[in-house]
Structure formats: structure tokens, C-alpha cells
Design a protein around this ligand. Structure first.
Ligand SMILES: Nc1ncnc2c1ncn2[C@@H]1O[C@H](COP(=O)(O)OP(=O)(O)OP(=O)(O)O)[C@@H](O)[C@H]1O
Ligand SMILES: [Mg+2]
Length: 412
């Protein structure tokens, strides 16, 4: 029997993760394969070494394939990196026949896309926020409505053509078609946020290794997205410099003993740290480690707060802040975030679904699980099995188009 195999592939700065799922029905999805491998060819979310990235992807894919016992030919991949730039736009068209058709919706979305962007950039997503028919706003699906004027407000995500191509090239060198490309925080939002949170107004903050990815939702729509080039690696680097220890030792200390709240720690508590090779181990106060990590966290949260104020979104966020990504696991981060941003803050874990093991219920897998769900919804929309040949012949622009269509259809 032919099975509906779907794949999410997250090429992160610290790890590459592949998840293979079987879609039994439009609502039933089961995970059958997982492969995670350290990533070596990326810096701040962008590919800087093709060969190393290809090798990391290959290892992760092989592991997932072996576990699932199936072949993988295409995947939904995530994209981030500081080259991503997003903005809101709008478009207006006159309605020809008095009743709005799919064609009118396509035309108004085209109009909203018709903004001047630099020639080295590509539009990744055009996500409708609301439609307005004549003077009535807040409409999700205008098809079939009567009117003379159709307006749409959209969120547009753009990225550097060459950096997107580099990622696609790395994936395709492993023999896998990059069937869809999705902005990473959109994927993480899908696996972590509830629809109530997205309605109320929420900031998803995915703290990865190289970047922190932001997605702000209000009334169910994406109203802002942004990639900040500061991630968990910066916390580790700060610690390595402050303690004069190798990167690996700083990472161990951060994960096992790190906190960002120096005041809450026992002032007599000390951690044994191993210096650069040849030097003796020594004792460092836990509160000193927390001060170093806390300074970086404070910087990151202040930046997010500033962004909210600059975009005049502070009052929109009644659902609060949801931290996810591996970097969200440092102790005390939600408390510090709440104190600085002055909004309820928590760590968001991916919601469990079929066949998901305990290991996957970790914020560092939010993106890849979201990519799998994205892949699943694209399949539902296409209402067919993945047609590999179709993707082989498609160029990158039309693949981005697929992703765009899936987001658009999902909204309805
Ligand atoms: N238990 C933990 N406590 C603190 N930090 C952690 C923990 N587990 C992982 N991290 C940190 O999370 C970061 C990696 O997170 P994640 O796996 O989400 O990143 P990534 O997806 O590879 O990178 P990016 O999304 O930036 O491309 C690393 O900096 C790592 O040190
Ligand atoms: Mg990530």
C-alpha cells in the first residue's frame, strides 16, 4: 500500500534535524523517523560552508531514513538568517462582476506583492492578514462576497536570493528536493502556539544557536517577523571569554549550571571549571556565571522590547511572550523576560502528536516539528501524494510559490 510520507528538514546553526512522518489521514500524523546531527557549515543561520553543510544534512537524513525504513525524496525546509527582511504591505483592486472570485483574490495579492524590493532579494511569503470589502474590514475569506473594491493587508517576508539558493543547493546535493521553504519562526509557531494565543496577541521567540527568530501574531494573523543575529552560541562565547575556558567547557557549564538570575542563587555556591588545556581546574561562583549569561539575556530581551515599542505593538500582546528553541532552556529566562518586557513569559514546548517520543518534546525541535506540520498541510491542500517529478522541474521561485500558496490556503 502506498503511504503518504512527509518530511521536515531543519538546517540549524548547531544541528541539522530530519523528521519523517506518515500521514494516515488529514488529521492523523505519525512520526516514524528522526535524525539529528551536529551542524558545522552555518553561521548565524546562513550557509557559509557548502561541503560541511551537505555532509551534516546527509548524516541527519541517513539516520532518519534508517529509522523510518523508507526513502526520502522531498522535504519542507526552514530558512532564517539575518538576510531575512519582513514588512507589511497592502493592495487594492476593483471588483469586476460585483461578486468576489478566486481570481479577484489572486489579483489583489499580486497588487500587494507589487512593491519594489532590491534585485538581489526574493519574496518568500506573502501572508494575508485581513481583507477589506468596500469599507468592511477584518474579513478572512472574501470569496463570494459582494462589493466594488477589494483590499488586502499582507505580511511579506523576503530573503537574499543567493543565500536561499545556497541552502537549497546543499539540500539538493543530498538528493532531496526542497519542496517548500518556510520561515523558521512561522514553523515554530505552528508546533508551539495555540490558536487562542495567536488570536490574543503573542510573541514567539525562537532562541536557536546562531539567531533568535521572532514571529508576532494578533487576531490569528502574522503581523511581524524578524531574525535577530544573537543566539545561544553568543551566551556560550561570553562565558568562554569571561571564564577563560574552551568553548566546549563553556557550553557544558551553560547547559548544566547556567542561569540568568544571579540574585536567586546561593551566594556560596561554586562550580568547578576546567581551564584551557594544561591549566588546573578552579572554582567559580555560580552567581558570576549567572551575571555573564544574564547580561546577554538582558540585551536580547531589551532588543525585543524596543522592537515592540518601535512597531507600536506593546499593547497588542495580551497573550504574552513564548520562548522556544534550545536557547530558551537556560534557567531563569522566562522570569527575566517577564521582568524586562513586562509581559507574561513562558517556555513553549512543541505540542505532542502521533508517534512523538519524549525526546522530541524539547524546544529545540519546535522548528522541525513545525516544518513537518507545514509539509502535512501542504499535502492536504494539494490533495495528492508528493509528486517528485513536479518539484524536479520547478525552479526556486515556484517552490517559494508553493509555500506561499500553502500559507494562504491554510488561513482559509
Ligand atoms: N538544556 C539547555 N540549556 C541551555 N541551553 C541549551 C540547552 N540545550 C540546548 N541549548 C542551547 O540551544 C542552542 C541551540 O538551539 P537550537 O537547537 O534550537 O538551535 P539551531 O536550530 O541549531 O540554531 P538556529 O535556529 O539559530 O539556526 C545552543 O546554543 C545550545 O547551547
Ligand atoms: Mg533553529
Amino acid at each position: 500500500m502506498e503511504r503518504n510520507i512527509i518530511v521536515g528538514l531543519d538546517v540549524g546553526t548547531t544541528k541539522v534535524c530530519t523528521i519523517v512522518g506518515v500521514q494516515h489521514s488529514s488529521t492523523e500524523l505519525e512520526i516514524i523517523g528522526i535524525g539529528t546531527h551536529p551542524s558545522h557549515g552555518l553561521k548565524k543561520g546562513s550557509v557559509v560552508n557548502i561541503a560541511k553543510t551537505v555532509s551534516s544534512i546527509q548524516n541527519s537524513v541517513e539516520e532518519a531514513k534508517l529509522m523510518a525504513g523508507v526513502n526520502i525524496s522531498s522535504a519542507t525546509i526552514g530558512i532564517a538568517g539575518s538576510h531575512i527582511y519582513s514588512f507589511n504591505s497592502s493592495g487594492v483592486v476593483a471588483i469586476k462582476n460585483g461578486e468576489i472570485s478566486q481570481h479577484d483574490v489572486d489579483r489583489v495579492l499580486e497588487a500587494a506583492k507589487a512593491v519594489v524590493i532590491p534585485s538581489d532579494r526574493e519574496i518568500l511569503h506573502v501572508i494575508p492578514q485581513e481583507f477589506k470589502v468596500d469599507n468592511t474590514g477584518g474579513i478572512r475569506n472574501p470569496i463570494g462576497m459582494c462589493g466594488v473594491r477589494l483590499e488586502v493587508h499582507v505580511h511579506v517576508v523576503t530573503g537574499s536570493i543567493s543565500l536561499i539558493q545556497n541552502l537549497v543547493k546543499c539540500v539538493e546535493e543530498t538528493g532531496i528536493e526542497a519542496a517548500n521553504i518556510t520561515l523558521q519562526p512561522i514553523a515554530s509557531s505552528r508546533s508551539v502556539l495555540s490558536s487562542e494565543e495567536k488570536d490574543m496577541g503573542v510573541v514567539l521567540v525562537d532562541i536557536g544557536g546562531g539567531t533568535t527568530d521572532i514571529a508576532i501574531w494578533k487576531e490569528g494573523s502574522l503581523i511581524h517577523s524578524q531574525i535577530i543575529p544573537v543566539g545561544g552560541n553568543h551566551f556560550t562565547n561570553d562565558l568562554a571569554v569571561a571564564l577563560k575556558v574552551p568553548h566546549a567547557e563553556a557550553e557544558r557549564i551553560k547547559i548544566n549550571h547556567g542561569s540568568v538570575l544571579a540574585e536567586t542563587l546561593n551566594q556560596n555556591s561554586h562550580i568547578t571549571v576546567q581551564g584551557i588545556s594544561g591549566t588546573k581546574s578552579r572554582e567559580v561562583p555560580s552567581s558570576y556565571i549567572a551575571k555573564v549569561l544574564g547580561a546577554r539575556a538582558e540585551e536580547l530581551f531589551s532588543l525585543i522590547k524596543e522592537q515592540l515599542e518601535e512597531k507600536q505593538l506593546t499593547n497588542e500582546i495580551t497573550g504574552g511572550i513564548v520562548l522556544t528553541g534550545g536557547g530558551a532552556l537556560i534557567k531563569g529566562l522566562p522570569e527575566l523576560g517577564e521582568y524586562i518586557i513586562e509581559k507574561p513569559t513562558k517556555v513553549g514546548y512543541p505540542a505532542p502528536f502521533g508517534g512523538m517520543t519524549n525526546i522530541m518534546q524539547n524546544p529545540k525541535y519546535s522548528t522541525v516539528l513545525g516544518l513537518l506540520l507545514e509539509s502535512c498541510s501542504t499535502q492536504n491542500n494539494n490533495n495528492s501524494k508528493i509528486n517528485n517529478q513536479k518539484f524536479k522541474e520547478a525552479d526556486i521561485v515556484s517552490r517559494l510559490g508553493d509555500s506561499l500558496r500553502s500559507v494562504f490556503k491554510e488561513i482559509f
